[in-house]
Design a protein around this ligand. Structure first.
Ligand code: NDP
Length: 480
């Protein structure tokens, strides 16, 4: 069975403890590879390697850093098919999604930050004839980057690329549930000629490897994407050590549909924004509120489309719904469907686990599920489910729609459908969310700020925001 390895000091190596974790294929429910069950000793080696590399990497010219990141971006592109198949196998997502979204966007992340660092400038402040201030932007040192399983390479690269571009060295941990493309990335870094120790990837469990990264005194900065409760735990550990923290956390995103929307475009996009990646995208709209005059029309059209979405073998090009990422996650999502019914909800579509035939019979498949009849305050409408489950409900006024939208502890993304320009601006301005899409979804310009408010996170990724986070400003004041 294939054994993945850590990438430390430019080498692929086994974990110090020689312990391994079973890596399951969600489509079959079978173990298909082993990953290092690393611990604080492996993290210590990675930090040591990063410390050795930092003095030279931090003064490597911007041009050279940019060249290496561009090379990595090209290698991802050249290996797109291999990476897409690996991502699909490891995560359960349809290979078409990995091919069209995950892997191209991972390549774009490196390309974007390779060029963004060449445009990144700092400020100068002139005090008339008294003084000139200028701000130096220095790399912070060793960045700890921890990422989740839903968009494995895509979110991993979204952190690593700006951290490296800004001159930091990195100790990174992918989710132990989806380690494969991070492992393949380490091979590509070797091929690209990255200096040893600049990027280190340590595989293993969050409470062991992730915790060791967050606690390590020589790692002054943590960039984390994952669940809100893990984020809370990380903040509690890192704050007394005065670490710089970026937290991209969970969501419970509203999708507000007004009667004046472009109905066909809205329906097609709402199916995607509800169920893409089996609903396991932090930006999926899971609470759908529809203006009453079109509620029945929406319900009929939406339910009919969702009923036609049948989960299938993720490796087939035609599959649009794959497997959920793990057995534990499948069970969690099913428990929420049960809870929804206990709370008075009606299942309009889906709701059942699916058993496929032959080698896929033990895979983690679930029908896309639409629920109706639930109030805005129930747990189903308040807690993040992170699976192929949405609720639908009517609303009567714009004010009511905005109130429902803002009525959760989360504030990551929001979606609004209306052809009324004034309403679009007015509603967007009132939503408590880091991101609002009007008449679209998942349209991403990498220059824009990305992140959430309330319990969806602290700080922003994207564009120069990430480069600011991964650098420390120092003001220099010269008296004239
Ligand atoms: P988790 O919070 O469980 O895990 C995220 C990462 O943190 C994993 O690598 C995990 O390792 C690690 N980890 C777990 N415990 C610790 C710890 N004590 N110290 C350090 N690291 C730790 O999230 P999931 O992987 O389940 O991802 C799903 C969540 O991510 C959802 O809530 C989703 O909304 C959120 N998310 C947010 C995004 C955003 O941009 N705001 C984007 C995508 C997802 P391990 O896998 O071994 O547990």
């Amino acid at each position: 069975m294939e054994k993945l390895q850590n990438y430390i000091a430019g080498q692929l190596m086994d974990p110090v403890g020689q312990d391994w974790i079973d890596n399951y294929q969600p489509a079959t429910g079978k173990v298909y590879s082993l990953i290092p069950d690393s611990d604080e000793r492996d993290v210590a080696l990675a930090v040591e390697a990063a410390q050795k590399a930092f003095p030279s990497w931090s003064v490597t010219s911007v041009g050279e850093r940019s060249r290496l990141l561009l090379r990595l971006s090209q290698l991802i592109e050249q290996n797109l098919e291999r990476l897409a198949q690996a991502e699909s196998k490891d995560n359960g997502k349809p290979v078409s999604l990995a091919r069209n979204v995950d892997i191209p966007r991972a390549s774009s992340n490196f390309h974007f930050y390779a060029t963004a660092i060449e445009q990144f400038a700092s400020e100068a402040h002139i005090m008339e004839d008294k003084a000139i201030n200028y701000t130096l932007r220095k790399p912070v040192g060793i960045a700890g980057c921890i990422s989740p399983w839903n968009l494995p390479l895509y979110l991993f690269s979204w952190k690593i690329a700006p951290a490296l571009a800004a001159g930091n060295c990195v100790v990174a941990k992918p989710s132990e549930i989806t380690p494969m493309t991070a492992f393949l990335l380490s091979e590509l870094c070797i091929e690209a000629g990255f200096p040893p120790g600049v990027l280190n990837i340590v595989h293993g469990y969050g409470p062991k490897v992730g915790q060791a990264i967050v606690e390590h005194p020589e790692i002054p900065l943590i960039s984390f994407t994952g669940g809100t409760s893990t984020g809370e735990h990380i903040a509690r550990t890192a704050a007394p050590m005065f670490k710089k923290l970026s937290l991209e956390l969970g969501g419970k995103n509203p999708n507000l549909i007004f009667a004046d929307c472009d109905f066909d475009k809205m329906i097609a996009t709402t199916v995607r924004s509800s169920f893409a990646n089996q609903g396991q995208i932090c930006l999926c709209g899971s609470r759908i509120y529809v203006e009453r005059p079109i509620y029945e029309k929406f319900k009929n059209a939406f339910v009919e489309k969702v009923k036609r979405m049948v989960p299938g073998d993720p490796s087939l090009a035609t599959t649009r719904q794959g497997a959920l990422v793990s057995k534990a996650h499948l069970e969690k999502v099913i428990s929420y469907i049960q809870l929804a019914q206990e709370e008075g909800g009606t299942v309009l579509a889906g709701g059942q686990q699916v058993t496929l035939e032959g080698p896929l019979s033990e895979g983690y498949y679930l029908q896309p599920t639409v629920l109706e009849g639930l109030g805005p305050h129930c747990r189903t409408n308040q807690e993040e489910i992170f699976g192929p489950v949405v609720t639908i409900a009517p609303f009567d006024t714009e004010e009511e729609a905005v109130t429902h939208a803002n009525n959760t502890p989360y504030g990551l993304a929001s979606i609004v459908w209306t052809e009324n320009l004034s309403r679009a601006h007015r509603v967007a301005n009132q939503l408590h969310a880091g991101i609002t899409w009007i008449n679209c979804w998942l349209l991403r310009d990498l220059r824009t700020p990305f992140g959430g408010v309330k319990q969806s996170g602290v700080g922003r990724e994207g564009g120069f925001e990430a480069l600011q986070f991964f650098t420390e400003p120092q003001n220099v004041c010269i008296q004239l």
